[in-house]
Structures are given as structure tokens and as C-alpha cells.
Design a protein around this ligand. Structure first.
Ligand SMILES: [Zn+2]
Length: 671
């Protein structure tokens, strides 16, 4: 594992400039594969040697930048937690909570001794159910513990009045990642179906069923899930902003789906509302029908599986292993993560804003915030200039686009005010109960927002996470401390690398404000058109070009990128790079031609683009990614956009006949 850590940084080294030049060190670009022409496969030209050398740690499904940097983040968090958990903390303090939460999770002796004792009460409650009404009461009680099964209730903004929160219910009830897993018949999917069924058999066996009964129950549960899956929307259908929002009066919903008994369900939750959004009505119509047609005893078996499965990772080792074995089939991860890494992730999930305070104090320099804000502002200017120059958009729509652009809220590093965890009880030898307490607190935290104005200062990621996001309901872009580190952001790096790094990420998030979904939200975060009809038609035709281009890319065997699933991310990549490049050209280095290590500033900008997405992953994970993730896989996040960007052609003298070459009139330009 140590070797791997070294390898991941071996292409980056600092070289001092020649004497006489300014006192700054520059990061050298090394490891280029001179046997590959940049215009044939730029991603491989920059990264192939890295791919040939780097090794995926056995406990991970991939290695490299982006989400895989969260591995190193978890190790950093583990360092904090190791130390905090050994200190003498005052009861009720943040340090006590995260320290004891971590220590309780590390105490696998106690956890293993308890076996599945922590869930026995819940399993007895399921056994005691004698009616559908009982069953709905059980589901409501579990919902209050954030333990979702059959009904997924959430509180978040009303997309037609985004300053107010409302209740939503979403499709749920299946155990595999997506509906398609139940219906596909290719070898890879069948292997996952089998692994999932084995997992169900395992959890039935581990909670006391004999082998024959476990097999029988598994078939029954799988069959119910499959019926629910038929009513699920596909992940492409879920991208339809208006098609997944249906505001309904609670009284009407109660009449439409009488078997569910919505009024009673929400009373149990303590959720008071006259109307709510039924995001995917087809699913709840199906559930309503199945509640009648499937015998109650079968539902109880289904609930038993869901309940045990939801908690498997917090029980003794045999449960954790069963869960891991299934995950292994999905992601290719060879061995379980260390307990310390797992626990760092769990603490970050349940008490992330407490842990985040300690993380940012240690790892996030305040100076990064100012530098980052400057970059975001420069990107905003560059984006605005591009809007001015668009040849396909009317002046009135341009004006509206710029109003929306300059209304974007920028969040950098960590929240201005931290979420509190006063109602979470953490006891050092009760890992399971700690998780339940934190999960229950999460539910109440969210329920308290119901019918209330939206708190626009809230963050939806923890500070240590390597990610960035665009929240269309608040017209905001968010860059947590986790992503403000190399290869994305480096205060010691030249502008070329930073603009080709975090600059591209900023441009990407900014473009989400104007992608196929974002374009439907106005500057206040409401779903409301600000386009002329003609401009919107032209915009849709352009996003269709993106869908068509990416649908041609083959990833693995015969698997193609799902163009319609990834169109928003691909649009964000394409325009994100273009905007970052324009912003870079406004800097001193961008206007200069002085080479560093033999490369022009423009070339360094594009090298950075290729490096920030380099990720090597298991085939299983790549398959999982293509099926479920709205982002294109790494190579196409780089080559896909670049083949459309004229500056890339100039920087590397890309010529007709080279594989990435597109005729000028075929190159897509949206923003
Ligand atoms: Zn994105």
C-alpha cells in the first residue's frame, strides 16, 4: 500500500527554475507517452504510463484522482479520529461524540459478541405485524430512524417555490442499484443478480433461517423487488425535471392510494402538510396495488430482508462480510477496507460537520479561500464574455443568462455556520445504538425544515469530501475543502495547472447552471423558463448533439456511454473546459508564451485537464459507473470535450486523420 501511495505522485515533482528567473518553483509534467500522438488519444498520451505503473489497492475499486482521492481523505480523518478518541474529552462535546463514535465502531470484539442482538427487537416487531396498517406503522417508525424501506420521504425545496421546503416521496424498495439490474440478461448483470441473491440468503441464514427456508425467502423477496422495479423510472427518465415533480393534495393522495393510508403514515412521522410532491407516482400506484395482492406474510419476509440488509454493515463480522461479498461483485474491490478506514467514512457520514471542523482546522489554509474566490470570479467573467459572443442566442435570452450567472452563490471550503449534533447520544460501547441515534437525529433535523423557509447557508457535503456540486434550487456552486488540493488546486502551481485543474471544475459547476436540467431553473432556483421559445429549441438541439457524440464512445466490451444519462455532465465538461481556458487566457501566464519544461502555457493547461480525471479502476467498477453514474468515465471526460475545443487543436497541432480530429463544423459549442 505504501508503494501505491508513492506511485500515485511519482509523475509530479518540483523543479527549480533556471538561475536568474523569478524565484518560483514549477511543477514539471513528466511521464508523457511519446509513442502516442496527442491528437489520437490525448488522455492516454498524458496518462498511459501512469496507468501502466499504478496499482489499485486491494481494499479499493480504483485509484487516482476525483472520488478515489477520498481514500486518502479517509486516512487523514482516521488520523484525527485516532487521536481524538484517545483524548479525555468533556461529555457532550463534539470531540467526545466523534471520538466515542469512532472508538465504539473500532471495538469489533464487542460488536462481534453482540451478533445480531441489536436488531432482534426490530425483527420481533416485524413478526408481530398482523395487518397492512401495522406494517405501515412499522415503516413510519423506521422512517423516523432514517431506515428507508418501501417509502422514501424527504424534505427539500419546492421546485416551483424554491425558498420554501416541502415533503417529497421518491421511488425506492429495490435492493440493487437500479431497476435495470432486475431485467438485463447479460453475463455481467446475471453475476450481480446471483451475488445479490446470495447476499439475501446469507442474511436470512445469519438471522436464524435454515438453508432451505433462506433460499425460499430469497426468491420471494427478489420477486417482490422485481415487481416494484417494473414501476421504477429509468435513470434517464429521472433526469426529467418536470416529469419527476407532482404536487398533490394529501387528501387526494389518500384517496388515490387508499391501501397505503398516507394520512396515518404522515401522522406517525409527525409530518404536518396539506400537499406534497409525489416524485414518481407510478411507483406508489404499484405499491398501493401490491399491498393488496401480495400476502401480508410475504411482506413480512420482505421487510425482514430490508431491515437486516440496511443494518448489516453495523452488525458483527459475518453480516459485514456478507454485505462486502455482494459489494465485491458490484465494484471489484478485492478485500474489505480496514476497520479504521470504514469507521472514518461512517463518522464522516453521521457526524460529518463535527469532524469537518477538526479537518478544516488542520488541512485547509484560509488563504486558499481568497485564491479560490478570485478564480471563481474570473471564470464568471469569462463565462459572461462567452455568452455575449454566442451566435445562436438572442440578446434577450443572453441578458437573462447573465443575470442568472451573476446571481450564483459561491461556497468555498466549509460552511459559515456549523450544524450541531446536540440530540445525538454517543456511548463508547454501543456502536449500533450510536448509529441509530445519529440517523434518528438526521431525520428530525430534516423534518424540522418541513414547510419552513429554505436555509440557504446549508451545505450538502462534508468539508473533507473530494467533490464539488451545483445546487439548482439555490443557484449555488459549492467547493468543499476536500477538492482544494492537488491535482486540482495548488497555491504553488502556475496558473496553467490551476485553471486546467480547479478552474475546469469551477467551469463545470458553473455550466451545470445552464445544462439540460439547470437551464430550466431561473436565477432564484425555481423551475421557470427564462428563454425565448426559439432559443430553447436551439439549446435542446445542441444538447442532442452532445448525446449523439457521447453515445458513440465504447467503454468496455460492447458497452457504450449512455449519452442521455450523461448529457448534463458532458455539457458541463465541454463548456467548463472552454470557460476555464478563456479565464486562463486573461492571466499573465495565459497571455505569455514562455515555456516551462519545454511546454507552452496552453499545453500545460491541457495536461492539467487530462491529469485531474485520471483514474484507474476495476472493470466491475467501470461497468457499474457506466450503468449508473451521470458522469462519463475518465478518458471521455477529457477526450470528449477536447475534440470540440479549437484551442486544443492549436496547442497540439491536431491534424485531419488523427483519431480525435473533428471537422470544424462538427465541433459542438454550447456555452
Ligand atoms: Zn457535474
Amino acid at each position: 500500500m505504501k508503494n501505491w501511495l508513492l506511485l500515485s505522485v511519482f509523475l509530479v515533482s518540483f523543479v527549480a527554475c533556471q538561475p536568474g528567473t523569478k524565484e518560483k518553483s514549477f511543477i514539471a509534467i513528466e511521464g508523457l507517452d511519446s509513442t502516442i500522438r496527442p491528437g489520437d488519444n490525448f488522455f492516454n498520451y498524458v496518462n498511459l504510463k501512469w496507468y501502466d505503473t499504478v496499482q489499485i489497492p486491494p481494499s479499493q475499486s480504483g485509484v487516482g484522482a476525483y472520488r478515489f482521492m477520498n481514500y486518502q481523505q479517509r486516512l487523514k480523518l482516521q488520523g484525527i479520529l485516532d487521536s481524538v478518541s484517545k483524548s479525555n474529552n468533556s461529555p457532550g462535546s463534539l470531540e467526545q461524540k466523534i471520538g466515542d463514535f469512532f472508538a465504539a465502531g473500532m471495538d469489533t470484539n464487542t460488536i462481534n459478541q453482540r451478533g445480531f442482538e441489536p436488531i432482534k427487537t426490530g425483527l420481533s416487531q416485524i413478526n408481530a405485524i398482523t395487518s397492512v396498517a401495522d406494517m405501515l406503522t412499522f415503516l413510519a417508525e423506521q422512517t423516523k430512524l432514517s431506515n428507508v424501506s418501501l417509502i422514501d420521504f424527504q424534505v427539500s425545496p419546492d421546485q416551483e417555490n424554491s425558498s420554501m421546503n416541502m415533503g417529497h416521496i421518491y421511488q425506492t424498495g429495490i435492493g440493487m442499484p437500479d431497476r435495470d439490474y432486475y431485467f438485463k440478461t447479460d453475463t455481467a448483470t446475471v453475476a450481480i443478480q446471483q451475488a445479490y441473491k446470495k447476499y439475501l440468503v446469507d442474511i436470512f441464514t445469519l438471522t436464524g433461517s435454515d438453508s432451505a427456508l433462506a433460499q425460499k425467502n430469497t426468491a420471494l423477496v427478489y420477486n417482490i423487488q422485481k415487481q416494484l422495479a417494473t414501476a421504477h423510472k429509468t435513470n434517464v427518465e429521472l433526469r426529467d425535471v418536470k416529469g419527476n415533480f407532482h404536487k398533490v393534495a394529501l387528501a387526494d393522495l389518500n384517496k388515490q392510494q387508499p391501501n397505503i393510508g398516507w394520512t396515518t403514515f404522515f401522522q406517525h412521522l409527525g409530518a404536518t402538510m396539506d400537499s406534497l410532491d409525489v416524485a414518481q407516482p407510478g411507483y406508489y400506484d404499484k405499491l398501493n396495488a401490491l399491498l393488496k395482492s401480495i400476502p401480508l406474510e410475504d411482506w413480512k419476509i420482505y421487510l425482514r430482508a430490508n431491515y437486516t440488509s440496511n443494518y448489516a454493515d453495523y452488525l458483527s463480522q459475518p453480516f459485514v462480510k456478507a454485505s462486502f461479498d455482494y459489494n465485491k461483485a458490484l465494484t471489484g474491490q478485492a478485500v474489505q477496507k480496514t476497520r479504521g478506514e470504514t469507521m472514518s467514512g461512517v463518522v464522516d457520514t453521521y457526524l460529518g460537520m463535527a469532524l469537518g471542523q477538526l479537518y478544516t482546522k488542520l488541512y485547509f489554509p484560509e488563504s486558499a479561500k481568497a485564491r479560490m474566490l478570485e478564480l471563481v470570479n474570473n471564470l464568471q467573467k469569462a463565462f459572461s464574455n462567452r455568452v455575449d459572443k454566442l451566435d445562436w442566442m438572442s440578446d434577450s435570452t443572453k441578458q437573462k443568462a447573465k443575470e442568472k450567472l451573476f446571481a450564483i452563490t459561491k461556497k468555498i471550503g466549509y460552511p459559515d455556520k456549523w450544524r450541531e449534533y446536540n440530540n445525538v447520544t454517543v456511548v463508547r460501547n454501543k456502536y449500533f445504538e450510536n448509529v441509530v441515534s445519529a440517523a434518528a437525529n438526521n431525520f428530525q433535523y430534516n423534518l424540522a425544515k418541513l414547510g419552513k423557509p429554505v436555509d440557504k447557508t446549508e451545505w450538502f457535503t462534508t468539508p473533507a469530501t473530494v467533490t464539488a456540486y451545483n445546487n439548482p434550487y439555490a443557484n449555488e456552486i459549492v467547493f468543499p475543502a476536500g477538492i482544494l488540493q492537488p491535482p486540482y488546486f495548488d497555491n504553488n502551481a502556475d496558473d496553467a495547472l490551476n485553471y486546467g485543474g480547479i478552474g475546469m471544475v469551477i467551469g463545470h459547476e458553473m455550466t451545470h447552471t445552464f445544462d439540460d436540467q439547470g437551464a430550466q431553473f431561473d436565477k432564484n432556483g425555481n423551475v421557470k423558463s427564462w428563454w425565448t421559445a426559439q432559443d430553447y429549441e436551439k439549446f435542446k438541439a445542441k444538447t442532442q448533439q452532445v448525446i449523439d457524440l457521447y453515445s458513440q464512445f465504447t467503454v468496455l466490451d460492447s458497452i457504450h456511454i449512455k449519452g442521455a444519462l450523461t448529457v448534463g455532465e458532458n455539457t458541463a465538461d465541454l463548456s467548463g473546459i472552454a470557460v476555464a481556458y478563456d479565464a486562463f487566457k486573461m492571466t499573465k501566464q495565459g497571455q505569455d508564451t514562455t515555456k516551462i519544461g519545454g511546454f507552452t502555457p496552453d499545453q500545460r493547461f491541457f495536461f492539467s485537464i487530462a491529469r485531474i480525471w485520471r483514474v484507474k479502476m476495476k472493470d466491475e467498477y467501470l461497468r457499474y459507473w457506466v450503468n449508473n453514474d451521470p458522469h462519463s468515465p475518465p478518458m471521455w471526460r477529457v477526450n470528449g470535450p477536447l475534440m470540440n475545443i479549437p484551442a486544443f487543436y492549436s496547442a497540439f497541432n491536431v491534424q485531419p486523420g488523427e483519431k480525435m480530429y473533428l471537422d470544424a463544423d462538427k465541433r459542438i459549442k454550447i456555452w
